[in-house]
Design a protein around this ligand. Structure first.
Ligand SMILES: NC(=O)c1ccc[n+]([C@@H]2O[C@H](COP(=O)([O-])OP(=O)(O)OC[C@H]3O[C@@H](n4cnc5c(N)ncnc54)[C@H](O)[C@@H]3O)[C@@H](O)[C@H]2O)c1
Length: 354
């Protein structure tokens, strides 16, 4: 099967990584075009990859070779860029946030209805090795029924001052990291979201956008997801903590997963509740032998998480485009992430959302 000829628009911090990582998969992808409004960036790309390079988006889209366009421009341009690329007949892989404003959200839903088989969303953190390993552990059943999931993105304590801290540029952590961890939370909840509670703050960022995000989601199945993204936590929490009816899991550093669970062979003996006077200092059930198993599992594969997620999304996208295999990031799920974000914005009117 032939390699997908692709182009990247927006050759910034992430766009250039997409160009590099996708082109490393030589049998599956060939970089044929790049676009950025900065001349220096397109010249560099042309020099490094020998591909066509444009400073005008319209001209870039007229490249007849390009089948797939990866859109990695600033967040507020995503939907309009996607609309133009789809109209030009390209497959589109759209960076998150896939829609920032409610107007964008409306437009995106229309695009999805019209072009669903050609529009893909870049929720790449779905493929983080730690997240994938945790999902496998839950699916194995050793933790029993999951009641609560905590996900934290406590970045280093910092006073960030780039465009991602300005609401007028579509910045803020709700738009920046929100799509990733809400997407992950929805995979744990495995049900429609029933309740949303949130509280957003700007603590240390130099811009006017949120840099501390707290969101609680409750699924219709009762699973609670407690999410935090922050640039202002000096002592970071573990990335992920799960409470299940037969055990717990903590993934502190994305490299190891600590587990404590009841031996799957151990059937809990029947016990009865009693209204009688308990013995002094006892009767709390703490003396029960649960046959605990404790172990630490290494997250596999090891390596640079940022590159591993690129290769995984590239692999899945290739199968979707060339082999008709369903893409794991289902469009309806990605649109649900935007619905949650929209609700969070409404709950935090102290920010001047666009
Ligand atoms: N999925 C992820 O893991 C991930 C990681 C980082 C960033 N992102 C997303 O990717 C997008 C880009 O982020 P970034 O950090 O790379 O930003 P950036 O500012 O580093 O890069 C954006 C690039 O787009 C170019 N650009 C802007 N408008 C353009 C236009 N109209 N035509 C052509 N080029 C244009 C800029 O010159 C710049 O080179 C953001 O929406 C961000 O949320 C996603």
């Amino acid at each position: 099967m032939s390699a997908i000829k692709f182009g990247v628009c927006g050759l910034g911090r992430i766009g250039i990584k997409h160009a590099r990582c996708f082109s490393q998969e030589k049998e599956k992808y060939e970089l044929v075009a790049g676009c950025d409004r900065e001349q220096e960036r397109t010249s560099e790309l042309r020099k490094d990859y020998g591909c066509a390079a444009y400073n005008d988006f319209g001209e870039f889209l007229r490249n007849p070779e390009m089948e797939l366009t990866i859109i990695a421009t600033r967040s507020l341009d995503h939907v309009n860029n996607a609309k133009q690329a789809l109209a030009a007949g390209k497959y589109v892989l759209l960076e998150k946030p896939i829609a920032v404003t409610s107007d964008d959200f409306k437009k995106l839903k229309k695009l999805d209805r019209k072009y669903s088989s050609r529009l893909f969303f870049l929720h790449n953190h779905r493929f983080e090795p730690s997240f994938q390993s945790i999902q496998k552990i839950i699916a194995s059943g050793i933790l029993g029924d999951v009641q609560m999931v905590k996900i934290r993105r406590h970045h280093s304590f910092r006073r960030r001052g780039d465009w991602q801290t300005l609401l007028s540029c579509g910045g803020g952590q709700l738009s920046c990291w929100g799509p990733h961890i809400i997407d992950q939370a929805l995979q744990f909840i495995h049900a429609p979201v029933k309740d949303i509670w949130s509280n957003l703050k700007r603590v240390n960022s130099l811009g006017d956008a949120d840099d501390h995000v707290k969101i609680m989601l409750v699924g219709e199945n009762g699973i609670v997801a407690d999410l935090e993204i922050s640039d202002s936590v000096a002592l970071a929490d573990a990335y992920c903590t799960i409470y299940g009816s037969r055990g717990s899991l903590i993934c502190a550093d994305e490299k190891n997963i600590q587990l404590k669970f009841i031996d799957p062979k151990h059937q809990l003996p029947e016990r009865r509740v009693s209204p009688d006077l308990p013995p002094p200092g006892g009767g709390l059930g703490a003396d029960e032998d649960f046959h605990w198993i404790q172990k630490t599992v290494k997250v596999e594969p090891e390596g640079d998480m940022w590159e591993l997620v690129e290769f995984e999304i590239a692999r899945h996208l290739y199968s979707a485009i060339r082999e008709n295999v369903p893409f794991p990031v289902v469009n309806a799920d990605a649109l649900e992430v935007v619905r949650v974000t929209e609700a969070v914005k409404k709950q935090n009117p102290h920010f001047n959302w666009l």
